[in-house]
Write a protein that binds this ligand. Structure first.
Ligand code: SAM
Length: 207
């Protein structure tokens, strides 16, 4: 079923409202999440000399933005929820752009890496090709995209007040390849558990 412009507005609007309303609880529940494996994976594949310019897409309250800054890199956050954007600025001291994933306005060839931790599943499949092309264009040639998403069987829709799309590896690969990305690697999280207890699919892509 085709999503019309008013459907897309609802998807962004309600999802962002959900995060805005739960901002403090979300921060309390996620500030200690250990995603150092994902941060290290992104940094490992970026070529050239640090410091790197990193776009933390959907940075939330700023946990990972601060981690990039502490490692000496230049992190810029992008976040749609106003409260998260303010929290991320205060917590990380980094610049944070308040933007909707479905109305991105990004500079060309600016970033060495894009870190999209638990965010791209909020983009409806219909809009994903366009959003991925925009991320490809904001990376420098040879730049790296990191993405981690809850995986599924390619279903999408509303889930407790937020819109989500849950892709399997094959479908995710098709989207990324069509946008011009080349796969570097992928893995499942949390590490060390049987596959059926690893809901997260992490993947790395070169532009
Ligand atoms: C599951 S949270 C992940 C936050 C952070 N990356 C982390 O790992 O803790 C998803 C993030 O995407 C943001 N988001 C969801 N839909 C968005 C949209 N349409 N535009 C901009 N940000 C959006 C939310 O506000 C939230 O910060």
């Amino acid at each position: 079923m085709k999503l019309e412009p008013h459907d897309l507005e609802k998807i962004s609007g309600f999802t962002l409202e959900h995060y805005d309303k739960a901002a403090e609880d979300f921060w309390a529940g996620t500030r200690d999440h250990d995603v150092s494996q994902n941060i290290a994976a992104l940094l490992q594949y970026i070529e050239g000399a640090p410091p790197f310019q990193i776009l933390d897409l959907g940075c939330g309250p700023g946990r990972d933005l601060k981690a990039f800054a502490e490692r000496g890199h230049i992190g810029i956050g992008l976040e749609g929820a106003a409260r998260f954007a303010a929290m991320a600025r205060a917590y990380s001291g980094c610049e944070v752009w308040q933007q909707d994933f479905l109305r991105l306005d990004l500079p060309e060839s600016r970033f060495d890496g894009v870190f999209a931790n638990a965010v791209l599943f909020h983009v409806p499949g219909q809009e994903l090709p366009r959003v991925l092309r925009q991320l490809h264009a904001t990376l420098k040639p040879g730049g790296v995209l990191f993405s981690s998403n809850p995986r599924g069987r390619n279903e999408e829709g509303w889930n407790r007040g937020r819109y989500g799309a849950y892709h399997d590896l094959e479908t995710w690969r098709r989207y990324l390849s069509a946008a011009g990305f080349v796969e570097l690697t992928h893995y499942y999280r949390p590490a060390g558990l049987p596959r059926d207890q690893q809901p997260w699919l992490a993947s790395l892509w070169r532009s």
